[in-house]
Design a protein around this ligand. Structure first.
Ligand SMILES: NC(=O)c1ccc[n+]([C@@H]2O[C@H](COP(=O)([O-])OP(=O)(O)OC[C@H]3O[C@@H](n4cnc5c(N)ncnc54)[C@H](OP(=O)(O)O)[C@@H]3O)[C@@H](O)[C@H]2O)c1
Length: 268
């Protein structure tokens, strides 16, 4: 769990009307190298675009299908695309961490375009804990290469002791559990990997949990909290998520260390 020091030294509240340009302040910060996983999905692309808009940031991407990233981003001078590879290619995965990024951001998860695959109860492939296995390799490599900070995609299917009861959240988890059960299992397994990391390992992890992920322009910054706290909702726009991730990853203050906040659109 995060110490009080982390929680009290919270990130400055962004000015709402200028939310879209709130990364401007980060232009003056120290150079930062970020390893982005899951960069090829819509939220990953939104995050990549936002990171690359900050001149002092360089981004490394390891992906199985980098061709899904728009060409104008692929050729960006601040981006290094590693040779394509899968999550089971542990040598390449470790080599990505060996680049010694300051921060790892991962948007890896059951992909929307693979929905039918995940919904197929006869698929043996989706029964493998592909993300949890990859995170074990990543965390091990983080210890070896002294990479401290990682933000990991999770969903509200991962429960947290700070959550309160919420009908909307329970209904969403039930729907995922029944329709794409192996996806539910895979995501829950991600939470377990990070729960098992002892504090002494010095890994500063944050599992950011999502509800329904939607498109739409950034209007109001995302909020972070817990299920049923009256502040969070059951959905987040990809633009809000990208904005939240970039602010967290570029902040000198490490909020939410060892925690699993829900990141969502703000409650009205
Ligand atoms: N859509 C929702 O309502 C919803 C709800 C809760 C959580 N989420 C999660 O939120 C994140 C962003 O969602 P999104 O819809 O913007 O993007 P997305 O298409 O779901 O992104 C998934 C990312 O994970 C990668 N990935 C998945 N399985 C992989 C594997 N076996 N090996 C290597 N890479 C793999 C995909 O790579 P490829 O491009 O190569 O497939 C892609 O980059 C995802 O993690 C998603 O699971 C989505």
């Amino acid at each position: 769990m995060a110490s009080d020091r982390f929680r009290l030294a919270s990130y400055p509240t962004p000015r709402l009307r200028h939310a879209a340009s709130s990364t401007t302040a980060a232009h003056t910060m120290a150079p930062r190298k970020i390893l982005l996983l899951g960069a090829t999905g819509p939220a990953g692309i939104a995050t990549l675009e936002r990171l690359l808009s900050i001149p002092s940031i360089t981004v490394i991407v390891y992906a199985r299908t980098p061709s899904r990233i728009p060409a104008h981003l692929r050729s960006h001078p601040q981006l290094t695309l590693l040779p394509p590879g899968t999550l089971s290619d542990t040598t390449s995965l470790r080599a990505a961490v060996a680049q010694k990024p300051d921060v790892i951001i991962s948007l890896l998860g059951p992909a929307q375009h693979d929905f039918l695959h995940w919904a197929n109860p006869f698929s043996t492939e989706t029964k493998q804990p592909v993300f949890a296995d990859a995170y074990r390799v990543i965390v091990d490599a983080m210890k070896e290469y002294e990479v401290k900070r990682i933000y990991v995609m999770g969903t509200v299917s991962i429960s947290d002791q700070k959550d309160k009861s919420s009908l909307a959240s329970a209904a969403m988890v039930w729907a995922v559990w029944s329709v794409i059960h192996t996806a539910w299992k895979n995501v829950v397994a991600i939470g377990a990997v990070f729960d098992e990391i002892p504090k002494e390992a010095g890994i500063e992890w944050t599992v950011f949990r999502l509800g329904n992920v939607t498109d739409g322009e950034l209007q109001t910054p995302a909020v972070a909290g817990y299920v049923g706290d009256g502040k969070t909702t059951s959905r987040v726009r990809r633009s809000e998520l990208a904005d939240w991730l970039v602010k967290q990853a570029t902040s000198e203050v490490h909020e939410w260390v060892g925690e699993k906040p829900v990141v969502s659109s703000a409650a009205k």
